[in-house]
Design a protein around this ligand. Structure first.
Ligand SMILES: O=C[C@H](O)COP(=O)(O)O
Length: 214
């Protein structure tokens, strides 16, 4: 199971979380990555933790003010990128463009989706993975794997029907090792989480619990 911690725009110290994630990954052998704000990518990558961007733009080099170039993200230490999110919604054509931009920069890709139908559409664009996240459960205390296990199973089936090579992650409310185990039992290859770590008083303790069942 891959554990990807999205720091969103939370007021946590990205280096503290990155250092904790690096240490827990090294001690446990689990794959853990941190996705900070774009401006923090290089500093986070310098800790040695696997680092992901939260977004890349669909465009290449050129006259595109305000864009987040996939090439720049890669040059600043990112190994992969999230694309689309309930909090950063893109049009289908732009999701396609961002996946292609990430491929050009050798970035791994996870496209987020709100439901199994969107998972199927995203899988058709051949990212490395899709992540199903019910918007109403994001930032809450109840894990998607407990509150709505059927949506994870349906997302796995939807992706498999379109492209069996596309992995499925789940997210929303994930904060414990039991949540990670439950997600794996439902067919997920990883979890995408944010508030459980970014808002924790002791992120390292939460991360240790998250990998405890792996
Ligand atoms: O990108 C992460 C997801 O939106 C999940 O957020 P959450 O763990 O705070 O529910």
């Amino acid at each position: 199971m891959f554990i990807l911690v999205n720091l969103k725009a939370y007021p946590c110290d990205p280096i503290d979380v990155a250092t904790a994630a690096r240490d827990v990954a090294e001690a446990s052998g689990a794959r853990i990555a941190v996705s900070p704000q774009a401006a923090d990518l290089a500093r986070v990558a310098d800790t040695g933790v696997e680092t992901w961007a939260q977004h890349v733009s669909p465009n290449a080099h050129g006259s595109h003010t305000g864009s987040t170039l996939a090439e720049a993200v890669a040059d600043n230490g990112a190994a992969g990128t999230l694309i689309n999110h309930s909090e950063k919604r893109l049009k289908l054509a732009d999701i396609d463009g961002s996946v292609r931009a990430a491929e050009r920069a050798d970035l791994e890709t996870i496209v987020c989706a709100n439901n199994p139908a969107q998972v199927g559409a995203a899988a058709a664009l051949s990212p490395d993975a899709v992540a199903v996240e019910p918007p109403e459960l994001i930032g809450g205390d109840i894990s998607v794997s407990t509150a709505d296990p059927g949506i994870v199973e349906d997302a796995v089936a939807a992706a498999d029907a379109v492209d069996p090579d596309v992995d499925v992650f789940c997210g929303a409310g994930v904060s414990t090792g039991d949540d990670v185990t439950a997600a794996g039992d439902l067919g997920a290859s990883g979890v995408l989480l944010a508030s459980g770590v970014a808002k924790a008083d002791d992120p390292e303790a939460v991360l240790e619990d998250l990998v405890s069942g792996l």
